[in-house]
Structures are given as C-alpha cells and as structure tokens.
Design a protein around this ligand. Structure first.
Ligand SMILES: Nc1ncnc2c1ncn2[C@@H]1O[C@H](COP(=O)(O)OP(=O)(O)O)[C@@H](O)[C@H]1O
Ligand SMILES: [Mg+2]
Length: 179
C-alpha cells in the first residue's frame, strides 16, 4: 500500500496489487456530528451521490468499488492531471468549461474545482475528489461563492479559463449580466 496524499481530514492510499485508490476520512468532531444528524451526507456516501449526479450530466467519474461512510475505494483511472494538458488542448478546455457551466446551472458547488482535481484519459476528462462537492438540497450555494472559488483556483497561465467561463455565463468581471 502506498500513501499518495495526506490532507487535513483525509488520506489517499494506492493499492498497486488491486490497482485501486483508497480514500479514508478523519473529519473533525463537529463534522462527524453533522453527518450523524444527516445535515450532510457522510463523505464516502457523498462521493457516490455526486458521482451519480455527474454521470447523469455526462461527466465521467471513477468507478466506485466501495463507498462507506468514512472510506471510499475507486478504480485507477490511469489518467494524467488535467493541469498538465489543458493549456494547449482546446478540446479539453471545452470539456472543462462545459462541466463548470453545468455545475453553475445545477447549483453544484465545490471549493476544489481546480485542474488538479480532474484527470484525462483517452481525451476525456474525469472528475475526482468528489467527496468535497456539495449538491444543493434545501438551498444552493450562492453563485458568487462558486465563482469566487474558481477565480482563486484559475490563476496565472490558467486565468484565461476563468474569463472564458464568465463569457460563457454572459457575466462581466463583477459577475453582473452583460448588457
Ligand atoms: N480513481 C483514481 N484514479 C487515479 N488517480 C486517483 C484516483 N483517486 C485519486 N487519485 C490520485 O490521488 C490524488 C489525491 O486524491 P484526491 O481525491 O484528489 O484527494 P485530496 O482530497 O487529498 O486532494 C489525486 O490527485 C490523484 O492523483
Ligand atoms: Mg484532490
């Protein structure tokens, strides 16, 4: 078993024998309470709920082999990070922007929609890290918050992608509809 990444509240391991990624969650007590009270879905379950939603929108996601409350196992996508391919590939840019436009339309929010959380295989993008996504339930996250997070994720060489997103949404730089 190889440790791939340690986050604040999660860890990702890779099992080379089974070619699987295993993500485990160690949330803080306040979040555990929120899961227990069903205010939010458990992270492992949320991953599966979001994956189903994204697939319905035509966005590829990893194949899930196990989705427990605090443990999620997915098949290796065998992809490369979108970040490494997007700058000189107009088709990947279009796929990424299509996904961001769909999330805006559907009220799907996530603070980590940067190009490191998508992988590319056979010319197609796959969304990963889905436990952190939030699907609207009783209310949706404000659009401004969604766009602010993206503007912080898409900087430097990738800043043009955020401009293109605003164009696609018909918004100016203050997120107001263009006349
Ligand atoms: N199903 C998968 N296929 C291929 N690589 C994966 C898969 N799941 C996770 N990874 C790899 O593990 C890394 C961390 O996983 P991720 O879910 O993004 O965790 P974190 O929340 O720590 O960012 C990813 O950037 C990717 O390189
Ligand atoms: Mg990630």
């Amino acid at each position: 078993m190889q440790l791939i990444q340690t986050g604040k509240y999660s860890r990702v391991h890779f099992d080379p024998e089974r070619d699987l990624f295993i993500k485990t969650f160690q949330p803080k007590p306040f979040d555990r309470l929120r899961y227990l009270l069903r205010i939010r879905p458990y992270p492992g379950r949320n991953f599966a709920l979001i994956a189903a939603r994204l697939e319905a929108l035509g966005i590829a996601t990893p194949t899930i082999t196990e989705a427990r409350r605090y443990r999620l196992v997915t098949e290796n996508i065998h992809g490369v990070p979108l970040r490494e391919r997007i700058l000189d590939d107009p088709d990947l840019q279009a796929q990424y922007l299509d996904a961001l436009v769909a999330f805006d339309r559907e009220g799907i929010h996530c603070r980590g929609l940067h190009t490191g959380n998508f992988l590319v295989r056979d010319g197609r993008i796959f969304a990963i890290d889905l436990d952190a996504y939030k699907a609207p339930r009783f209310w949706r996250y404000p659009r401004r918050e969604y766009l602010d997070c993206l503007s912080r994720s898409l900087t430097g060489d990738e800043a043009f992608l955020f401009q293109r997103l605003l164009d696609r949404l018909g918004l100016d730089e203050h997120y107001r509809p263009k006349a």
